[in-house]
Design a protein around this ligand. Structure first.
Ligand code: NAP
Length: 287
């Protein structure tokens, strides 16, 4: 029951109806057993500053931030952490006695998907496919954790070089049409798809990977979570590689947000079950 003592949490976005966060966070709350509530709040772009101020004044303990507010929210916060600064986006806000602190838990979410499978980033050679918003969290996570090399392979290298220019010192950006891509695939310890190729409903799409070049010891991660087994992952499994799907990253980012708000490490298994149920029930899927 919600009472005057209940600690309020939620998510803001526009639109918000398809958000998967309420299902996952409610499962975390149920498993943790604390007096928390989590609600989805539709906030129009033009209302963002007043909404942020309102949540501060209403004493919300924290909230998730989803599309289209992840970057725009930054100027309305008191502080952001290094992950959020590097990625250029905030997905979690913590209200620390009236100070709004912006975080980005996608890095922790992505890394959880690796650690769950016992994969160490330090010293690894990684290949990241795609260079959009999610790739920034993936690339920064790999760089932060000490990858020996990060190659970003894309369809349009000039565009990716411009959008990832702040990672210049840490990554090599190549076209996946050139010879350098074959070389990168041969050397890869970790191969990550961050493009939407293969996402529902385009199930037969996949990034152009020649699996004969990929070592069987390579670990293959697709951050797409619908479907849970993309064509990219099925081809990796057929090659003999170990794989991870995007549900791990999605659960991981939500679990880290819950931990930041409550100090409790939530039951990730319960969150994943709730996520899969929500996806099975036809939610289109957005953090
Ligand atoms: P985004 O910002 O639009 O970036 C997409 C990237 O993929 C860009 O580099 C884009 O290249 C490339 N791309 C798109 N369509 C392509 C195509 N047909 N052929 C080749 N390259 C293509 O998207 P995003 O926000 O990064 O999201 C990407 C995927 O990650 C989505 O499937 C999303 O659901 C998933 N995701 C998962 C999580 C999670 O927690 N598991 C979190 C965030 C995102 P151009 O720049 O050339 O268009």
């Amino acid at each position: 029951m919600v009472s005057g003592r209940t600690i309020n949490l939620g998510v803001i976005g526009w639109p918000i109806a398809h958000s998967l966060s309420p299902a996952m966070q409610e499962a975390a709350i149920r498993a943790a057993g604390g007096d928390y509530s989590y609600i989805a709040m539709p906030v129009r772009p033009e209302d963002l500053p007043r909404a942020a101020e309102g949540l501060r004044c209403l004493n919300f303990r924290g909230f998730n931030v989803t599309i289209p507010h992840k970057t725009a929210i930054i100027e309305w916060l008191d502080e952001i952490d290094e992950d959020a600064r590097r990625i250029g986006a905030v997905n979690t806000v913590v209200n620390e006695n009236g100070r709004l602190l912006g975080r980005n838990t996608d890095v922790a979410g992505f890394l959880l998907g690796l650690s769950q499978k016992g994969i160490a980033v330090r010293g690894s050679r990684s290949v990241v496919l795609g260079a959009g918003g999610a790739a920034r969290a993936v690339v920064w996570g790999l760089v932060r954790e000490g990858a020996a090399g990060v190659v970003v392979a894309v369809r349009n290298a000039a565009k990716a070089k411009a959008s990832l220019s702040d990672f210049d010192a840490h990554v090599e950006i190549i076209s996946w049409d050139g010879d350098a891509f074959a070389e990168a695939l041969k050397n890869a310890d970790i191969l990550v798809n961050t493009t939407p190729l293969g996402m529902t409903p385009n199930l037969e799409d996949a990034p152009p990977v020649n699996w004969a070049l990929v070592r069987r010891e390579a670990f293959v991660y697709d951050i797409i979570y619908t479907p849970s087994r993309t064509r990219f992952l099925r081809e990796a499994e057929a090659r003999g590689c170990r794989v991870q799907s995007g549900a791990a990253m999605l659960v991981g980012q939500g679990a880290e947000a819950f931990r930041l708000w409550t100090g409790i490490r939530p039951d990730e298994h319960a969150m994943e079950t709730a996520l899969l149920e929500a996806l099975g029930a036809g939610a289109e899927g957005k953090e």
